[in-house]
Ligand binder design. Structure first.
Ligand code: IPM
Ligand code: MN
Length: 367
C-alpha cells in the first residue's frame, strides 16, 4: 500500500527542520519498510514572491488528495497582503481540507526539566493533549471587518460562532481520545459570559451522558484553566476547547515542555467512506524568522509530527513509538538545540546535529 504524503517545507525555519524530518522518513522507509512516498509542494512567502500567490490551486488539490500533508511553517518578516493571506494562507488550507480537530500533545521530558519555566516538581510527568477546534469560531465567523464611522473613527468586528455539530464532532474526538489515554476530558470555555460557551458546555455535557459515561468530564472556565495549567498541569489529560482559546492555551502549555520547538501537532478532518481522514501534521512553532537560515532551529517538533502522522494516518504504532523513543533517548543523552540551552549547560547542537543524534538513536533502538 502506497502512503502518499505531500511535503510542504514552507518559509523561515520550515525548510531547515523539515530536512531533518525527511531524513527520519528516509530512514523509516529504508529500515522499516514504511513505504511513505513524499511529493514536494511549495507554499508561503517564497511562493508568493515568485507567483503572486502564496498557495496555488494545484497545492490545495494535492493536499486534499494526499493521505497526509507534512507541513513546516509559512510566513516571515515580509507581509503578504492580508486578503491574499486569508484566501491562500494556512487558515485557507485548514479550511479547504476540513481540518477541524487540532491535536497538540504536551509532554514534559525528564531530560528537559531544567529547561521549563515551571518548577521541576510541577512539570515532572506532564502528559496532556490540547484538542483545539480548528475550523470555526472567531477565526472564521461572519460578520467580520473594519468600518469607518460617521465620526471618522474606525470600528472592527469579529464574530465568535459555533453550531452544535461543530462542537459535537470535536467533543466526540476528545472523548474517544481520552479512552485511549487516562480517561479524562477537561472541556474549556467561557460559559459564564459567552453564548457560544453556554452552548459548548450543554453539548459536551449531553454527549458525555449519552455516549461516554465511562470517561471523566470536567468543565473548566478558560481563565481558570490558564491559571490551573501553570499551577498543576498534571491534573489534565485531554483538554478540548475552541479555536481561539486553543490557540492561546496550547502556546502556554508548550512551556511545560521547555520550548515551543518541542511541540508537534496533527490536524484532522472528517473520515471519508474508506475511513481515511484528511490530515496535516506540523510543528507548532511557526516560521521563526529571527533564527531562520542560521541552522540552529530545533527539529524535534517536526520529527515528532512525523511520529504523529505514523500513528494517526497510517496506524504504524510501533514506528511512531520508535521515533518518539529515539527523540526521548537523544534528549536523555543531553542532545539539545539552542532553544533549550540553559546558562552553563553543554554547548547546543545545530539543527543538523540534533537530527543526527535522533537518527543515531533510531539506528540503535530499531535498526
Ligand atoms: C497556530 C498559529 C496560527 C493560528 C496563525 C499563524 C494563523 O498561531 O497554528 O497556532 O493562530 O492558528
Ligand atoms: Mn498559535
Amino acid at each position: 500500500m502506497a502512503r502518499n504524503v505531500l511535503f510542504i517545507p514552507g518559509d523561515g525555519i520550515g525548510p531547515e527542520v523539515m530536512a531533518e524530518a525527511r531524513k527520519v522518513i528516509d530512514w523509516l522507509n529504508a529500515r522499516r519498510g514504511t513505504g511513505i512516498q513524499l511529493t514536494d509542494a511549495e507554499m508561503g512567502l517564497a511562493t508568493w514572491r515568485k507567483t503572486g500567490s502564496p498557495m496555488s490551486d494545484e497545492t490545495i488539490a494535492a493536499a486534499k488528495a494526499a493521505d497526509a500533508v507534512l507541513f513546516g511553517a509559512v510566513g516571515g518578516d515580509e507581509e503578504i497582503p492580508r486578503k491574499l493571506r486569508r484566501e491562500r494562507g494556512l487558515l485557507a488550507l485548514r479550511r479547504a481540507m476540513g481540518l477541524y480537530a487540532n491535536l497538540r500533545p504536551v509532554k514534559a521530558y525528564e531530560a528537559l526539566l531544567d529547561a521549563t519555566s515551571l518548577k521541576e516538581r510541577v512539570a515532572r510527568g506532564v502528559d496532556l493533549v490540547v484538542l483545539r477546534e480548528l475550523s470555526s469560531g472567531v477565526y472564521f465567523g461572519e460578520p467580520r471587518g473594519t468600518e469607518t464611522l460617521a465620526n471618522g473613527k474606525r470600528r472592527a468586528v469579529d464574530t465568535q460562532v459555533y453550531t452544535e455539530e461543530e462542537i459535537e464532532r470535536v467533543a466526540r474526538d476528545a472523548f474517544l481520545l481520552a479512552r485511549t489515554r487516562r480517561g479524562q476530558v477537561a472541556s474549556v470555555e467561557k460559559s459564564n459570559v459567552m453564548e457560544t460557551g453556554r452552548l459548548w458546555r450543554d453539548v459536551v455535557t449531553a454527549m458525555h451522558a449519552a455516549e461516554f459515561p465511562d470517561v471523566t468530564l470536567r468543565h473548566v472556565l478558560s481563565d481558570n484553566f490558564a491559571m490551573q495549567i501553570i499551577r498543576d498541569p498534571r491534573q489534565f489529560d485531554v483538554v478540548v476547547t475552541d479555536n481561539l482559546f486553543g490557540d492561546l492555551l496550547s502556546d502556554a502549555s508548550a512551556m511545560i515542555a521547555g520550548s515551543l520547538g518541542m511541540l508537534p501537532s496533527a490536524s484532522l478532518g472528517t473520515a471519508d467512506a474508506s475511513g481515511r481522514r484528511p490530515a496535516l501534521y506540523e510543528p507548532v512553532h511557526g516560521s521563526a524568522p529571527d533564527i531562520a537560515g542560521k541552522g540552529i532551529a530545533n527539529p524535534v517538533a517536526a520529527i515528532l509530527s512525523v511520529a504523529m502522522m505514523l500513528r494517526h494516518s497510517f496506524a504504524l504504532t510501533a514506528d511512531a513509538d520508535l521515533v518518539e523513543n529515539a527523540v526521548a533517548a537523544a534528549l536523555g543523552e543531553g542532545a539539545r538545540t539552542a532553544d533549550l540551552y540553559i546558562q552553563g549547560g553543554v554547548q547546543p547542537l545545530t539543527t543538523i546535529g540534533m537530527g543526527k543524534a535522533i537518527l543515531g538513536k533510531l539506528e540503535a533502538l530499531g535498526g
